[in-house]
Design a protein around this ligand. Structure first.
Ligand SMILES: C[S@@+](CC[C@H](N)C(=O)[O-])C[C@H]1O[C@@H](n2cnc3c(N)ncnc32)[C@H](O)[C@@H]1O
Length: 325
């Protein structure tokens, strides 16, 4: 279904907005905002606060934030000519929810919204979610803007995935492979954010491949999915210009001991399937093993590392290139 927001994306607004991302992706968010009517007024490890003046549509197209919120102290001004004024529920008043973390303050806030604004308290289905960091706009959640994907327990956070795709610098028509594709998050993002030719996904687990099949079909990304071991890829040498993967970290998925065999085998295969000048972007938290393994793999070298935090972990995205032309 196309994105049908309960907010008017074409109504010009003037507002101070908090955009939340993941640590490590703040620069990418700032970069994407440069061409928008947005001035950064504050920068945190996982967020930007911006003064925004214009329609929300171009902001809604930015991949690098998952939550957009209005400051709780600025609800009145936002309702006058800001993002809250652009809310357009077709079926009655604005519905809201007040988070428990607001403590005792939440009852007063609830009454003010009901009595003063005519909003409806509806914790089950809301347009605005009030939390200590602000009034989150449901219509601008990443999952609302781009749709929800089926996930495995180890699926890649879509903000992190978007950074991996950006680092891969996929050129139009290039073949893209994820040899650890799981539910196919990176395949979907590569297909949506770039214009690849062939998109290939490999995983050892057929149950994750069936989720990947659902995801690529739902998002209209033509992809070939194959059950195989990343150490023995059913792919011709030199035929894949870009490899993208979120490797098993050896913590919640697999173990360091398993990685000691998996990483050398997988990197040897990546070196084989890439042509000279090809590029792989690989995310892992098993960093020492990864760096040592790249050093031992002929023709591969790390050209960039970006630390991306999520869920208490601080994995790095390594950009690896293959020597030669
Ligand atoms: C971190 S998850 C990838 C998550 C994926 N990007 C997603 O968004 O769902 C790592 C994946 O590697 C797969 N895997 C583990 N060992 C493998 C191997 N030897 N060959 C191929 N895939 C493997 C697991 O089944 C798991 O789906």
């Amino acid at each position: 279904m196309p994105y049908q927001p309960r907010i008017d994306l074409d109504q010009p607004v003037r507002d101070r907005l908090m955009l939340r991302t993941v640590p490590g992706a703040v620069d990418y968010l700032a970069e994407d905002l440069r061409t928008l009517p947005a001035t950064v007024v504050r920068r945190g490890p996982d967020r930007l606060v911006v003064d925004y003046a214009g329609p929300l549509r171009p902001l809604a197209a930015v991949r690098y934030f998952d939550v957009c919120a209005v400051e709780l102290g600025a609800l009145d001004t936002s309702l006058k000519d800001g993002a809250l004024a652009a809310l357009r529920p077709a079926d009655g008043p604005v519905r809201f929810r007040v988070g428990e973390q607001l403590g005792e303050q939440r009852w007063e806030l609830r009454d003010r919204l009901v009595d003063g604004y005519g909003w409806r308290n509806d914790p089950g289905s809301w347009d605005v979610n009030l939390e200590p960091h602000g009034a989150e706009l449901g219509a601008l959640y990443l999952t609302q803007r781009y749709g929800e994907l089926r996930r495995t327990p180890a699926s890649t956070n879509p903000l992190v995935g978007a950074v991996l795709v950006r680092l891969a610098k996929i050129q139009p028509g290039q073949t893209v492979l994820d040899p650890f594709c799981g539910a196919g998050t990176l395949l979907v993002l590569a297909g949506e954010m770039a214009a690849p030719g062939r998109v290939l996904g490999v995983d050892v687990q057929s149950r994750w491949l069936s989720l990947a099949a659902e995801n690529v079909a739902a998002r209209g990304v033509p992809a070939t999915l194959v059950r195989a071991d990343a150490r023995r890829l059913p792919v011709r040498s030199g035929s894949v210009e870009r490899v993208l993967a979120n490797l098993p970290f050896g913590k919640r998925v697999g173990s360091h001991r398993v990685n000691e065999d998996l990483y050398p085998g997988a990197l040897r295969e990546i070196a084989r399937v890439l042509p000279g000048g090809g590029r792989a972007v690989l995310l892992t938290d098993d960093k020492r093993l990864f760096r040592e393994t790249v050093q031992r793999t002929p023709l591969l070298r790390v050209i960039k590392e970006v630390v991306l935090a999520r869920g208490g972990l601080h994995p790095s995205a390594y950009v690896v290139s293959k020597r030669g032309r």
